[in-house]
Design a protein around this ligand. Sequence first.
Ligand code: NAG
Ligand code: NAG
Ligand code: NAG
Ligand code: NAG
Ligand code: NAG
Ligand code: NAG
Length: 385
Amino acid sequence: MRSLLQLFIVLLVAVSAVQCGELAKSTDIVDATTICGEGWFYSLELNGCYYVSTNYTTFEESVTSCEDIGGILVTVWNRAEYDTVSLFIEQEDLGVPYWIGLKPYPYYPYFRWLDNANANYTHWLDGIVPSQNDTETCFAWLKTSTDDGWLEADCNETLPFICKRHTKVDSTTNVYGSSGSVSSPNYPAPYYADSVSLTYIRVPDGYGISLTFDFLGIDANSVIYVIDNGVVINIITSQSQRPTVETSSTQLLVRFEASKEGNERYIGWKASFSAFAPISTEGSFNSPNYPYNYGNNERITKVVHVPDGYGILFTIWDFISEQCCDYLTISTPTEGTLLTLRGNNVTKPLTIRTNSVKATLFWFTDGSVINRGFNLTYVADPNWG
Ligand SMILES: *[C@@H]1O[C@H](CO)[C@@H](O)[C@H](O)[C@H]1NC(C)=O
Ligand SMILES: *[C@@H]1O[C@H](CO)[C@@H](O)[C@H](O)[C@H]1NC(C)=O
Ligand SMILES: *[C@@H]1O[C@H](CO)[C@@H](O)[C@H](O)[C@H]1NC(C)=O
Ligand SMILES: *[C@@H]1O[C@H](CO)[C@@H](O)[C@H](O)[C@H]1NC(C)=O
Ligand SMILES: *[C@@H]1O[C@H](CO)[C@@H](O)[C@H](O)[C@H]1NC(C)=O
Ligand SMILES: *[C@@H]1O[C@H](CO)[C@@H](O)[C@H](O)[C@H]1NC(C)=O
């Protein structure tokens, strides 16, 4: 019976949203259990889940009971939320007050929610505002056919309670660029408890990714996995010292598993990333499979970076490719394209020196005809004068 009522509420909220001229398509009407879990009510308009308990507990116990099911004792931010939760309470019809997450506060506006947000909206029973000097009191919500509003109650009384939580958000973010920043969902507002978010970072080919956590404020049960090309290269917890991680591939995944214990009280994390070319003084680069044939449709970029005060001396030991369509270029940011090699008449060995500390090598093959390809080496070559 209860699940039928829940579905009814969802429909009702969806219809009222349409009447208010807000977007609510028929596809938005979903079963509350799917989104919020068994026993929860779902409000499409508020994008929130609400639980109206039938257990009787003290105020303190109600706080932990809500946490145990991944929520918080209900907060009410405005009239729309009040009216919606009011409808949910009516479904239970216990005729007694329910604990809400309100507490007294010595300064204006005199009441705060347990998450420390100001209670800008209040709805007192019969308009009676409690005396503002009793900091030990607790509050409950009475909703019957004749009464509707909040009242003071002895915190040790046992009453049912109302919990609230966001819908479970499993978000995916894709970021592409040579630098930028990424963060937990909702940042700098608290992340959603009991959710998983994936952030993919990709930098231009040939570079690695350097990722530095600038801010880390997660609960003790949440975990951030940093994954480089399928391999976990760092596991970050609340104990970690704002780490920097470097990848060897161009794509990085930050998998953030937020626990339900976090309970939407922690801000999360923020990190900045940049593409980097590791500095080296020598190295090599071959076409795939060299000295065996390369493949079709290859697009490979390699960035070479030597210390300041050096140029790069490349030696191409061997080169053979399809004349028309398979080629290797060497370019630098300051000198443009220095060299394009293709075909089978390249002088061997061939040397070329850059003035720049950085060079980009790019190997391209088309969809047909394969060959042996190339092998090359490079060394950092000091600038004289
Ligand atoms: C209500 O009480 C029952 C029995 O003690 C318990 O299993 C259940 O988890 C409680 N529900 C909530 C929301 O605390
Ligand atoms: C209460 O109002 C203040 C200022 O008017 C605002 O900054 C704050 O976000 C509001 N809090 C809530 C819970 O709506
Ligand atoms: C609290 O305020 C009421 C009047 O609003 C007053 O009668 C009462 O004595 C005050 N109590 C304390 C502890 O200050
Ligand atoms: C509530 O109960 C606790 C311990 O059970 C007690 O210390 C406290 O005085 C009680 N408060 C009231 C207002 O009765
Ligand atoms: C290599 O061959 C191509 C076409 O056959 C020709 O255009 C090019 O000048 C030749 N390069 C050298 C260095 O001989
Ligand atoms: C490059 O390839 C040639 C021919 O296969 C080989 O003789 C040479 O040793 C290779 N040099 C390097 C540095 O790999």
